[in-house]
Design a protein around this ligand. Structure first.
Ligand code: NAI
Length: 305
């Protein structure tokens, strides 16, 4: 029999779970037995206003026989993040996993971007992760167990016109994952990231005639797995949408070596093909791995290897 992903007895916090992908996460997690904290302040795509989105999802879960509690706090502040985690502890006594999914958009080119467009987007996506993870972390450390799932985007990892605020926040989450994965591994805490594509209000009109193929439930299956005990991956970025699941990674090439003397800018110009070639790349497991690669090149040059 193939292994089954089981979250019974686990408590999972999902931020931004009142709509779209987060709602699908919450429903899928509850179906697999998790007690779910459905966090959402219920604003518009740009982040204004509030509604009862979180309570509605909690009701849906309860109707389907699952267990959930609502949190309407904003993850954009440290106090809000602490309140989200407090809801989990008060309602269910523990926090086993956090899926940070909450998000807003304020798409503008840099030339037209206001101060608030920068801070509002960074606060929800990037600071929001710190705001929920810092209070959740001690609970996970105490039990020697935790699963964290962050939500990045191709807009940050590969770029998208008019989304510098959003792209920077989404790429920042990968930096956060890289470090937390190292800090958490010896404590039983695994940290991974998804880069989703799904038909939601956020992508309305963007996915064309294939939009109905991008059911958020495709994304929820991956997040549910990453939030489970059955997940042994750490520090991975999985891209998921429309039924495809793949891996995104950061690699580094052996590059071009100038020798012990500093190269001139002309040498760099002349060597661009070698510098930019993708031949022989590796995917380091940490920043230290890249230093090891460099040390190997230098020691072989100085004849110590
Ligand atoms: P959505 O707009 O349907 O859902 C986002 C939810 O986050 C909303 O319910 C909203 O009220 C909530 N939220 C916003 N600010 C919040 C705050 N301060 N505190 C608590 N909740 C807050 O959007 P969707 O598409 O479901 O997006 C979910 C995540 O996936 C976002 O992080 C988004 O950036 C990311 N994403 C989505 C893609 C897609 O194709 N839909 C593509 C790439 C990334």
């Amino acid at each position: 029999m193939s292994a089954r992903v089981d979250l019974s007895g686990r408590v999972v916090v999902v931020t931004g779970a009142g709509n779209g992908i987060g709602r699908a996460h919450a429903l899928a997690l509850a179906e697999r037995g998790a007690s779910v904290v459905v966090n959402d302040l219920g604003g518009t795509v740009e982040g204004s206003g509030a509604s009862g989105a979180a309570e509605q999802v909690v009701e849906e879960i309860a109707k389907a026989g699952g267990t959930a509690a609502a949190s309407t706090d904003s993850v954009a502040t440290a106090e809000g993040g602490a309140a989200v985690i407090r809801t989990a502890v008060d309602a269910f006594g523990r926090v086993d996993a956090v899926i940070h999914n909450a998000g807003i958009l304020r798409d503008r080119t840099l030339a037209k971007m206001g101060d608030d467009d920068v801070t509002a987007v960074l606060d929800v996506h990037l600071a929001g992760a710190f705001n929920v993870l810092r209070p959740a972390w001690p609970h996970m450390v105490e039990r020697g167990y935790g699963r964290i799932v962050l939500t990045s985007s191709s807009s940050g990892l590969f770029g998208n016109f008019g989304q510098s605020n959003y792209g920077a926040a989404k790429a920042g989450l990968v930096g956060l994952m890289n470090v937390l994965a190292l800090e958490g591994a010896r404590r039983g805490i695994l940290v991974n990231t998804i880069a989703p594509t799904a038909a939601t209000r956020m992508t309305e009109g963007l996915l064309g005639e294939l939009a109905d193929r991008f059911d958020p439930r495709h994304v929820a299956a991956v997040a549910t797995f990453l939030a489970s005990e059955q997940c042994t991956l750490n520090r991975h970025i999985l891209t998921v949408g429309g039924g495809r699941v793949g891996r995104i990674f950061l690699g580094v090439t052996p590059g071009w070596y100038s020798g012990p003397e500093p190269a001139s800018p002309d040498d760099i110009l002349a060597s661009l093909d070698d510098i930019c070639s993708l031949d022989g790349f590796i995917v380091p497991d940490s920043g230290a791995d890249e230093v090891t690669l460099l040390q190997r090149v230098l020691s072989s040059d100085s004849g110590t290897e």
